[in-house]
Design a protein around this ligand. Structure first.
Ligand code: AMP
Length: 418
C-alpha cells in the first residue's frame, strides 16, 4: 500500500520527529569515539536538507549499538551530532536524553530550520520493548513523524512503530523519508513488475536464512543463480559430495523443495558448475574460544563437481563465473544478495568481485536495472569501487531480507497511507 512521503507533508514551522539510522561503526581512539564509516549519516542528508529548506523544526531519533538500557558512554550519539553538523554544513544541537522535561524544553526552543539530535533511544529498555508510556513520551516531541531508518524498520520498537501510532492518534501524519521511499521503490515496486529477464543472484552462508526469499523470488524471477556456502546444501540435496564445505546437512529438504518449485514454475535455477576449494589445516594457534585456528591452504580451482572429503569449497570456480556472467549480461533486472564465497579473504573473493563487475557492466552497458539487496553484497560492490555503477544499493541488512521475503515491516506499516 502506498505510504505518505515527507514531500506530502506541510512541515513549515512544525516539529518533525525523524527516525534515522545512525547505527554507525565507531572506534575508541585514545579515549574518544571516532566514526569509521559515515555512510549512514550521508544517506539521511537529502531528507534533512529538504526539511531544513521547508522550515521544519527537526528532531532526530536514533539508536547506536546495544547498550541494553544502560547509559553506556561509548554508545552515545554525541559524536554523530558533530559529524552530521560537518556534513550538513549547519548547526546540529544535541541533548543527552531522548525523553523528559529537559528534552521537551530544548525542543520548545527550536526555530524553523533547526536540527536537534536526541541521545541514543536504546539507553532505555523501553525502546526495544515498544513500551507505550515511553513511545508516548517520544511522541510529545513532534507534530509530525518521518521514518527514514529503513535498516531499523523490521523491528517494532518505540521509535520506529509505537511513536507513529501516538502521533497518528493525535491527528499527526506519519511519512516515509526520502531514503525510506527509495528503499520501498527499489526493493518493492520495481520488483513487482520487473523488466525481463529478471535474474536473481543469491549467496551467503545459509539456505535456512534465505529460504523465504528464495521461495518468494521463485514466483517472480526468470533465473535464480545460487552461490556461496548455501549452494552446497543444494548440491548435497542433489547427491553430490561437498567435502568439508560449510553446509546445512539437515536442510536438504528445503533445498529440494526449492528445486522442485523452480521446475514446476519454469524458473531456471543454476548452481555453480565448479568451485574454488582449499584444504582446511588445523594449526597450533588457539582462537578466543580456546579451539585450534583452522587455516585454509592450497586454494585451487576444481572442475570436478564432487568435492573430495579433505577439501572445502570456498568460492565459485572459473567456469561458474563465466556461466553466471553470461546470464547476468542478458538480464534487464538484477537483484543480488549475498557473496559467492568467503569474500573477506581476498583469495576467495574472486567470484564475488567478478559478479560485482558483471552486475555493474550489465547496468552501464545494457541498461539493466541492478538492485543490491543489502549487507555483504553492498560491501563487495563498494570494495570493488563500483558503488556508483549500479542502480540501487539497499541500506538495510535484516530489513532488506525481510522486505524481500514479502513481510510487512512494522516501521513501514505504521506510516500513514497516501
Ligand atoms: P550471509 O550473511 O548469509 O549473506 O552470509 C555471508 C557470509 O557467508 C560471509 O561472511 C561469507 O564469508 C560466507 N560464505 C560465503 N560463501 C562461503 C563458503 N563457501 N564457505 C563458508 N562461508 C561462506
Amino acid at each position: 500500500m502506498a505510504k505518505l512521503t515527507v514531500k506530502d507533508l506541510k512541515v513549515q514551522g512544525k516539529r518533525v520527529l525523524v527516525r534515522v539510522d545512525y547505527n554507525v561503526p565507531m572506534e575508541d581512539q585514545n579515549g574518544q569515539m571516532v566514526i569509521n564509516d559515515a555512510t549512514r549519516i550521508k544517506e539521511t542528508l537529502p531528507t534533512l536538507e529538504y526539511l531544513i529548506q521547508q522550515g521544519a523544526k527537526i528532531i532526530l531519533m536514533a539508536h547506536l549499538g546495544r547498550p541494553k538500557g544502560q547509559r553506556e558512554p561509548s554508545m552515545s550519539l554525541r559524536p554523530v551530532a558533530a559529524k552530521l553538523a560537518d556534513m550538513l554544513g549547519a548547526n546540529v544541537a544535541f541533548v543527552d536524553d531522548c525523553i523528559g522535561e529537559k528534552v521537551e524544553k530544548t525542543v520548545s526552543l527550536l526555530q524553523p530550520g533547526d536540527v536537534l539530535l536526541l541521545e541514543n533511544v536504546r539507553y532505555y529498555n523501553e525502546e526495544e520493548a515498544n513500551d507505550p508510556v515511553f513511545a508516548e513520551k517520544l511522541a510529545r516531541l513532534g507534530d509530525l513523524y518521518v521514518n527514514d531508518a529503513f535498516g531499523a524498520a523490521h523491528r517494532a520498537h518505540a521509535s520506529t512503530e509505537g511513536v507513529a501510532r501516538f502521533i497518528a492518534q493525535r491527528g499527526g501524519q506519519c511519512a516515509a523519508g526520502l531514503l525510506m521511499e527509495r528503499e520501498l521503490k527499489f526493493l518493492g515496486d520495481e520488483l513487482e513488475n520487473p523488466a525481463r529477464p529478471f535474474v536473481v543472484i543469491l549467496g551467503g552462508a545459509k539456505v535456512s536464512d534465505k529460504i523465504k526469499v528464495i521461495d518468494r523470488l521463485l514466483e517472480k524471477a526468470d533465473t535464480l543463480l545460487i552461490g556461496g556456502a548455501m549452494a552446497y546444501t543444494f548440491k548435497l540435496a542433489l547427491g553430490f559430495q561437498v567435502g568439508k564445505s560449510l553446509v546445512e546437512a539437515d536442510k536438504t529438504d528445503i533445498a529440494k523443495a526449492a528445486l522442485e518449485k523452480a521446475k514446476a514454475r519454469g524458473v531456471q535455477l543454476l548452481l555453480p558448475v565448479d568451485n574454488t576449494v582449499a584444504t582446511p589445516f588445523k594449526t597450533d594457534k588457539l582462537n578466543k574460544k580456546g579451539k585450534p585456528v583452522i587455516e585454509l591452504r592450497n586454494e585451487r580451482p576444481l572442475s570436478e563437481p564432487n568435492i573430495p572429503d579433505t577439501e572445502e569449497g570456498v568460492d565459485i570456480g572459473p567456469a561458474s563465473i563465466l556461466a553466471f556472467g553470461d546470464i547476468l549480461r542478458q538480464a534487464k533486472t538484477i537483484l543480488w544478495n549475498g557473496p559467492m564465497g568467503i569474500f573477506e579473504d581476498p583469495r576467495f573473493a574472486v567470484g564475488t568481485f567478478a559478479v560485482a563487475r558483471v552486475v555493474a557492466e550489465a547496468t552501464q552497458k545494457n541498461g539493466a536495472k541492478s538492485i543490491i539487496g543489502g549487507g555483504d553484497s553492498v560491501k563487495a560492490i563498494n570494495n570493488a569501487g563500483l558503488g556508483d555503477q549500479v542502480t540501487f544499493m539497499s541500506t538495510g541488512g535484516g530489513a532488506s531480507l525481510e522486505f524481500l521475503e514479502g513481510k510487512v515491516l512494522p516501521g513501514v506499516a505504521a506510516l500513514s497511507e497516501a
